[in-house]
Write a new protein. Structure first.
Length: 283
């Protein structure tokens, strides 16, 4: 992965972005991006959204100048078209964009499993970036990995970087084949963390805690530990070691979790299975 990454707090405001942006699909991820753009200074007047079932928030932005489901988004060329629809409807949706994708337009797809080859086939000659965000983008704490095709210019890459940075950290890769593993690790990863909280709570109940208290303790512990790790410059292994006293309670638990058949083996198998499924879905 490229060393070029950053969080939304390190970015310049999007008010300086030149050109108009089209968002196709304003579901959970599309709406997260939209709110991030507005929050970082992008004017609603420079935005258009195609969404058959817009939320009340998107409708409200329409009253502030955002163009909602217009017959033609803008009279001038669109700087970026962001495709955030479900991958299964892509074959029907993408051909409708052909008339409004100009020579200078960069197409950013956040559809899971839809490859650069698929996108290039649907939009011949287009500059295309494929990206994989994850659900913490909804609170501006996501991480997105992006890969461009050969037609993406440096300026277009910079624009895409700014747009994606509105919802968290951005990393770039040059090999699209890595996207399956990215999907398995960070795309699906939030579910692993939520499962950890679930299983910790169940284990607390098995140890005798009331269910409500066990769930509260597990949720707060996972959330707080994640925030601590985010703010700390220390490696996760060092943070773990800092909590572990030799011969103590944490060491007893880690003896189980770090056994040869413990968490590492389970997680490796899980990520491998998700990576393989991603490849199957991509064809």
């Amino acid at each position: 992965m490229s060393a070029r990454s950053n969080s939304r707090s390190q970015d310049a405001p999007l008010a300086g972005v030149r050109g108009s942006i089209l968002l196709v699909g304003a579901g959970k991820m599309g709406s997260a991006l939209l709110q991030g753009w507005i929050g970082l200074g992008l004017s609603p007047n420079s935005l258009a959204v195609i969404e058959p079932e817009p939320s009340s928030e998107v409708i409200a932005l329409g009253r502030r100048g955002l163009r909602l489901n217009p017959p033609r988004p803008f009279e001038h060329e669109i700087a970026a078209a962001v495709i955030a629809v479900k991958p299964q409807v892509a074959p029907d949706v993408i051909p409708t964009l052909l008339p409004i994708i100009g020579e200078g337009t960069v197409v950013l797809s956040i559809m899971a499993g839809r490859t650069l080859r698929f996108l290039e086939g649907a939009l011949p000659g287009a500059a295309v970036v494929r990206a994989m965000p994850n659900t913490p983008a909804a609170i501006g704490r996501g991480i997105t990995v992006a890969v461009p095709n050969a037609r993406v210019s440096e300026a277009q890459r910079d624009l895409v970087h700014e747009l994606l940075s509105a919802v968290g950290v951005v990393e770039w890769i040059g090999e699209e084949g890595l996207m399956d593993a990215v999907t398995a690790l960070s795309g699906s990863g939030p579910a692993y963390v939520f499962l950890l909280a679930e299983t910790m709570a169940r284990a607390g109940c098995a140890a005798g805690l009331p269910q409500v208290l066990a769930e509260k303790l597990a949720r707060a512990t996972v959330a707080g530990s994640g925030e601590l790790m985010s703010r700390s410059s220390l490696e996760p292994a060092t943070l773990r070691q800092n909590v572990t006293s030799p011969g103590g309670t944490t060491a007893a638990a880690l003896g189980i979790l770090m056994a040869d058949d413990g968490l590492q083996q389970l997680m490796t198998r899980a990520v491998t299975a998700a990576t393989q499924r991603s490849r199957e879905l991509a064809g």
